[in-house]
Write a protein that binds this ligand. Sequence first.
Ligand SMILES: [Cu+2]
Length: 178
Amino acid sequence: MNKGIPTKKRVNTGLLLGIALTFALLIGLLSRYVSQHQPNAKVTKQKIVPGQINAFREQVNKMVSRYTVRRERGIPIVHPPAGSDIYLLARNYNWGHYILELERGKPYRLHLASLDMRHAIVVHELRLMYRIKPDEFKVVKFTPDKAGRFQLLCGEWCGIGHASMTSQLLVTDAPPQG
Ligand SMILES: [Cu+2]
């Protein structure tokens, strides 16, 4: 019987549509989750033009070369002074080749920007969750309230390498030795 063929086709289309809708719903839920769980930290945003991202990248490089205190498997551990400006530039699919080390209970101004598309910084234990858009700078006044080694994840689906877009954030109880 060839009556069965169109029915099967319809079922497949329905299934695909179902998968697409579920996916859209999941992304929607994740976005809500990201926007609802922001701590009551102060956030400022500033629209930027593409050229300004180079200046931001310079700030990142300056911070890394000035405040690298040691290396872990070749990766610079960057410990900026307590209360200073710190920088993270998100991109497909990493957070830069360094790990930030902060001090518990000290306030920082966390500058966020993206090189290519929407990402989101997520550190669950520190309730740090902020969207990062390619056309704006975001500054978050942020005081880490727990010491430890935390996973830094991307909270916005940004493509094939999204799941591997991870880094770490270290928080110490004291300034580094020496
Ligand atoms: Cu991402």
